[in-house]
Design a protein around this ligand. Structure first.
Ligand SMILES: [Zn+2]
Ligand SMILES: [Zn+2]
Length: 416
């Protein structure tokens, strides 16, 4: 690796730059500028308000560790907008039934049908395991499920019924279907970037959402949030339609715009009232992850979340450009192992500079890392042995191949 030494344009300290990585100064943070869209007016005030809230909660959690939330005012309030959304849906259906049963005038029937259509759009979707792609059940990967069961037992939550593998750089835990099947969404690029004990920490964090009384993951608030997100995307005006008259198209898109921002405002409101409860639940999930895997591993897992995604994306690019079809996972592991310490530090500091925003589900990662690093060092409650990790990798061999192919093809498609 070639290193060139030049002075920092800002503070004059020697800059050590590693070929292939951006140049920056560890003394004064020169070169760390993070491009962020400038928001004005109400949005800027909202950003400042949310930064203050996020920081205040961090101070509080850092002083006294987050406990499982009781039924305080903040948590009760978090149900307000969600219940309103669901009650509105019920009211629309009741109105339609009443009109269709009692008063059959054409105008009212039109409104009844309209109400039913809106109610249909608002109705919570629970999804269906059978309709989801890439679902793995116990017999498909018994070594993985053995680990998942140990994590679930340790945290006192119900074991998962299925794992959905993907090429995303994330993981999530949720319930699917009316029977509320527990499902783990596992992005293999993130999974493969983690060390054995960091994998335990990731599972610990995700499974903790089934145990920490997090309303955002619950039936009432969770379905309302997903309904609003779906609705906002549905209503967002698309590009102009040439087949329509210009004025009609303009009106239609203006109406869509108004409806979409109306839904967006309810969503922001719901994020605001669930901020405290939701972000507390994230800190608590991190603490449970630290108890399970060790604070060191939990902090390492969070750092990998920040650091490794860029490496994963560049590795795919390079893989696609060289036209290679196999060996993607070896390349990723290799690239991560070769990542210089200064570049790791640069990515961590750049991420910490990004604006603190509440309209994100998790608290800023650097604050989560600080809280976990503040915990007393402790031995892990669950240890993932190297041979066990290897068995899990072997059980997922076909999935690794599938996801690598898909990442390769998607990257090629994006290139056009
Ligand atoms: Zn400098
Ligand atoms: Zn979480």
């Amino acid at each position: 690796m070639t290193q060139t030494i030049t002075p920092c344009p800002s503070c004059g300290a020697p800059l050590a730059s590693v070929a292939g990585y951006p140049v920056w100064c560890s003394g004064c943070d020169w070169g760390l500028d993070v491009a962020e869209p400038r928001r004005r007016g109400l949005r800027e005030r909202f950003d400042r308000w949310s930064s203050r809230k996020v920081e205040a909660l961090y101070e509080e959690v850092a002083r006294s560790p987050a406990e499982r939330p009781g039924w305080d005012a903040a948590r009760l309030a978090s149900y307000g907008p969600a219940l309103c959304v669901h009650l509105f849906t019920v009211a629309l259906i009741a109105f339609a039934i009443w009109v269709l049963a009692a008063m059959r005038t054409p105008v009212l029937i039109f409104f009844a049908v309209l109400a039913l259509l809106v109610a249909w759009a608002l109705l919570p979707r629970f999804g269906s395991l059978r309709k989801m792609p890439d679902v793995r059940r116990r017999p498909d990967a018994s070594a993985l499920f053995a680990l998942l069961d140990r994590v679930a037992a340790e945290l006192g939550v119900r074991p998962v019924d299925a794992v959905v593998v993907s090429g995303d750089f994330n993981a999530a835990y949720g319930t699917v279907g009316l029977r509320r099947h527990r499902v783990l969404l596992l992005g293999l690029p993130l999974w493969e970037s983690l060390t054995a004990q960091q994998k335990v920490a990731l599972l610990g964090h995700e499974f903790a959402h089934g145990a920490n009384g997090d309303s955002r993951h619950g039936v009432v608030v969770g379905t309302s949030l997903s309904t609003l997100v779906r609705l906002r995307a549905l209503l967002r005006p698309g590009p102009p339609d040439d087949r329509l008259n210009y004025l009609i198209d303009l009106c239609l898109r203006a109406m869509q715009g108004v409806a979409s921002s109306l839904v967006g405002s309810v969503l922001v409101l719901q994020h605001m009232v669930t901020l405290r409860a939701g972000q507390r639940a994230e800190y608590l999930a991190d603490r449970l992850a630290a108890r399970l895997a060790s604070p060191e591993a939990a902090a390492g897992m969070l750092e990998t979340l920040v650091i490794a995604e860029d490496t994963h994306l560049t590795a795919i690019q390079r893989h696609m450009l060289t036209g290679r079809k196999t060996g993607y996972w070896d390349d990723l592991r290799d690239a991560l192992a070769r990542l210089p310490a200064s570049e790791r530090e640069r990515r961590l500091r750049a991420a910490a500079r990004r604006r603190l925003r509440v309209d994100q589900s998790h608290p800023p990662t650097h604050l989560r890392i600080a809280v976990v690093r503040g915990l007393p060092a402790a031995a892990p409650a669950l240890l993932l042995e190297p041979d066990e990790e290897q068995q899990i990798r072997a059980a997922l061999t076909a999935d690794y191949a599938l996801i690598a192919r898909r990442l390769h093809d998607d990257a090629r498609e994006r290139l056009g």
